[in-house]
Design a protein around this ligand. Structure first.
Ligand SMILES: Nc1ncnc2c1ncn2[C@@H]1O[C@H](COP(=O)(O)OP(=O)(O)OP(=O)(O)O)[C@@H](O)[C@H]1O
Length: 629
């Protein structure tokens, strides 16, 4: 079906139109239609795929007035057409009259002055004026009437000759060219609409647009889904009939945007942006885009989790690991060696000794340093979630499983290192799966049958005694041996007290900026208190005490009282013990002293002056000491 069709009410136009098509190499439908059938024919053509109509004069006007969607290009009457027709009319009579659209009559004026003749003119706008036009011109005693075919038919006086105003080939070519560019514009417009539609259909954000009266013009699938809109058709409905709290009317009336608002709509919490649609400072509608708040938070959490699990690789390097003691240096030496191979490492040591720090170090010194470092605290993730967190799951694997499934942490660690902290907390079922991962180098998502090969290095850590756990049947022996290929026992702070001063100055330096106080260090007595403590929380606890002491300190040097205050109950118990200890020691000393004085007194036969002289003390002091005062 040709996309452009030429319709004409007069026979003579048909061959001219065909000639124009031939000249342009176009194969268009050229059809003669009666004036009364014009609209019906146009409708039928539109239905069968014609996109632009070309027509002439009154017939064209009639189709345009019928308000069909199809555009109509009018065949123009050019100056040549007019001149040709007027010259023809001159041959038939002297008094010529013409009825047509005002713009055509302007051209007539130019020809009148060129030929030195006068022509009676009548300007018409609609088809209904035909009769009146003919009447008017006949009243002026014309003997030739120029007009379109409808006029000619309406002439009641047989003495008046008629000439039809016709378009030539050039005029039709001009109309075809115009119709073609119109078609092109339509195509581009259609493409743009399709593009826009695809965007609206695809984006996850809800989008609703209204016109200036609040009538919905756009409502994309996400908007329907997020707000549970159940109506079949919402386009054309009033927004306030669909949503209770849309506030679109407000945006239209004020012309002001409302951004990042959180609101309840249809029982769903959404975060919305509303803007007015402005053209030449006039509001002619509004658009609202929105997202489901809960979903947004979930996504944020996901991202945060991923960032948290990924590459803190630069956080610790050998330069900011403090410890000169032999036991600690031995452990560091192991880190350096073990980082060069890919075998599983088991880190043991009390809580807070720096197991995670060691895992970071091993990763950042290894050839996997550029890959991800995924740290998982097995004790911190609820037992029923741990399996799905570690191995991931497929869509619909269990009730509540997220749509689209989820990547497990093992997969996330691909090409990098996974650090499994507190591995002693793993449930038995997960222990079995972990063993499989270590042995086969592949994971299987929950609910899936496919195995996904992964390349990871596993570092495990625990502060529990594995051998006891294995003996008690709480930890699989085979898994323990698999994990314990390389082991590093990190010494407790108690076992390396000589590192305490170094660690203290390291933390003071590190915390200085945050606390914004100029602290030089701890005085001798304060350091003595720190040295005498047993540090069950190891380096983590020491860091806390240093931080608290820095905050509490009145001067640049932290004294004993400040440390005691910072240490709280634990440290206070420490000093009470020390006091008891020294009291006991003092008591014993006093007793020895008394016995010695009595001995000397014996030797000088009880002469107190003589004894005081020998002992180098005064008589009163001697008397006080003998009497235990
Ligand atoms: N050698 C070190 N030099 C400086 N800071 C250290 C060192 N070792 C550990 N730390 C610091 O001590 C704190 C505890 O370290 P980490 O979390 O690695 O201990 P952990 O043994 O993994 O603890 P848990 O058993 O409770 O998981 C951290 O703040 C870390 O920065």
């Amino acid at each position: 079906m040709s996309k452009i069709a030429i319709l004409s009410p007069i026979d003579e136009i048909i061959p001219v139109a065909k000639e124009a098509c031939r000249k342009m190499g176009e194969n268009l439908l050229v059809q003669k239609v009666n004036f009364d059938e014009a609209v019906a024919t146009a409708k039928m053509l539109e239905k069968s795929g014609t996109e632009v109509l070309i027509s002439r004069g009154t017939l064209g006007l009639k189709i345009i007035e019928s308000k069909l969607d199809i555009p109509v290009v009018q065949i123009p009457i050019t100056g040549y057409d007019l001149l040709r027709t007027i010259v023809e009319a001159q041959k038939l009579g002297e008094k010529i009259g013409i009825a047509d659209a005002a713009e055509i009559l302007q051209g007539v004026e130019a020809i009148e002055s060129a030929l030195g003749i006068t022509i009676e003119k009548y300007a018409i706008q609609t088809v209904d004026e035909v009769e009146e036009a003919v009447h008017h011109l006949l009243a002026r005693n014309i003997n030739v009437l120029i007009g379109k075919s409808v006029f000619i038919k309406n002439v009641p006086n047989p003495n008046v000759k008629t000439v039809v105003l016709r378009s030539g080939v050039e005029s039709i070519i001009q109309a075809i060219q115009e119709a073609k560019s119109l078609l092109e514009v339509r195509r581009t417009e259609e493409q743009r609409t399709k593009q826009l539609q695809a965007i609206l259909d695809f984006i996850a954000d809800g989008v609703i647009a209204v016109d200036e009266k609040g009538i919905i013009t756009v409502c994309n699938p996400s908007a329907r889904r997020i707000l549970n809109i159940l109506y079949d058709r919402v386009i054309g409905k009033r927004i306030d009939d669909i949503l209770l709290n849309s506030r679109m009317g407000k945006v239209i009336s004020t012309g002001k945007e409302e951004l990042n608002r959180i609101q309840d709509e249809n029982g769903v919490k959404i975060i919305t942006n509303r803007i007015p649609i402005l053209h030449e400072n006039k509001v002619f509608g509004a658009v609202c885009t929105f997202q489901e708040l809960q979903k947004l938070q979930q996504q944020e959490q996901e991202i945060r989790k991923k960032l948290l699990h990924r590459g803190h690789v630069t956080k610790y390097d050998l330069d900011n690991i403090v410890g000169k003691s032999r036991s600690y240096q031995n452990a560091i030496e192991k880190v350096k060696k073990y980082s060069q191979v890919d075998s599983t490492v088991l880190l043991t040591g009390e809580t807070g000794v720096g197991k995670e720090v060691f895992a970071h170090l091993i990763h950042s010194l290894s050839k996997r340093a550029d890959g991800p470092f995924v740290a998982v605290n097995c004790a911190a993730i609820p037992k029923n979630l741990l399996e799905s967190e570690l191995f991931g799951y497929v869509d619909g694997a269990f009730t509540g499983a997220r749509k689209g499934g989820k990547t497990g942490l093992f997969e996330l660690a691909h090409q990098g290192t996974i650090f499994l902290d507190e591995i002693g907390e793993l449930a038995e079922s997960v222990q079995a799966q972990l063993l499989r991962v270590l042995q086969e180098g592949e994971v299987m998502r929950i609910g899936d049958e496919r195995v996904i090969p992964i390349n990871i290095r596993v570092i495990a850590a625990s502060n529990r005694d594995f051998e006891d756990m294995v003996e008690e049947g709480k930890f699989r022996a085979d898994l323990y041996y698999r994990l314990n290929i390389l082991d590093i026992l990190i010494p407790s702070l108690r076992q390396r007290r000589e590192d305490l001063p170094l660690l203290c100055s390291h933390f003071i330096k590190e915390l200085q900026q945050n606390i914004q106080k100029n602290i030089i260090g701890f005085d001798g007595e304060a350091m003595e208190v720190l040295q005498s403590y047993h540090w069950p929380g190891n380096i983590r606890q020491l860091r806390n005490i240093v931080e608290r002491s820095m905050i509490l300190s009145h001067g640049e040097v932290i004294d004993k009282d400040t440390v005691l205050q910072a240490g709280g109950k634990d440290f206070q118990q420490l000093t009470t013990k020390r006091k008891e200890q020294t009291n006991e020691e003092n008591g014993k000393l006093q007793e020895y002293e008394r016995e010695y004085i009595l001995d000397v007194l014996n030797q000088v036969n009880g002469n107190k002056t003589e004894a005081a002289k020998i002992l180098g003390i005064g008589r009163t002091t001697l008397w006080r000491k003998i009497n235990n005062q």
